[in-house]
Design a protein around this ligand. Structure first.
Ligand code: URA
Length: 183
């Protein structure tokens, strides 16, 4: 599948009930040749309206961390596990993840990132392992064949609990080091 075919399939997707309530499908944004892919959970209100991931408050905080560790937003790709917003931002249902995950799988196949960073526990539980514990395992590296993976706190969790911000900065600094080491 090409990018355009994948985008069109996603924009027209009716594989789950979220298609009925979405404003826009939030496919992903950024550099399609990025060495690093960030994967969040699902679009929120602002993302559903704009069609772009991480543009609301959590996205602005993510931008600050990228800037702080000198990773340019133009050099990354950002996507989510779910491409459509769950009503009232509830957690994704397993059936919704199952219906949607092939879009992300294809994005990974096309981008061929060297690093995948899960933003928060939902992405980490889906992509790294089902029993992932974000408070214990954030910042840990997992080898996955063609790429390495890690997870950091979701920026929305940092907005709720700013005490974790130092750990987040340390994790992001390690991610930048890993990125430079793989160049
Ligand atoms: N939270 C996410 O997980 N993804 C977004 O795109 C926005 C907020």
């Amino acid at each position: 599948m090409t990018w355009d075919q994948l985008y069109d399939a996603c924009a027209a997707c009716e594989k789950c009930e979220l298609a009925k309530t979405r404003t826009k499908c939030v496919f992903g944004t950024g550099n399609r040749e990025a060495d690093i892919l960030f994967v969040g959970e699902a679009p929120g209100e602002q993302e559903d309206l704009s069609g772009t991931p991480f543009v609301g408050r959590a996205g602005q905080l993510l931008d600050k961390y990228l800037y702080a560790v000198d990773i340019a937003r133009e050099d990354v790709y950002i996507a989510n596990i779910l491409k459509c917003r769950p009503p009232k931002n509830r957690d994704p249902l397993p059936a919704e993840e199952d219906a949607c995950i092939d879009y992300l799988r294809e994005q990974v196949r096309l981008i061929k990132p060297k690093i995948i960073v899960c933003l928060g526990r939902i992405a980490a539980m889906r992509l790294i392992k089902p029993n992932f514990k974000i408070s214990k395992e954030h910042g840990v590296w997992f080898e996955k064949g063609n790429f390495v993976m890690t997870a950091v706190y979701h920026p929305a969790a940092l907005l709720r609990d700013p005490r974790r911000k130092e750990e987040m900065l340390a994790d992001m600094q390690e991610i930048k080091k890993k990125l430079d080491s793989l160049k």
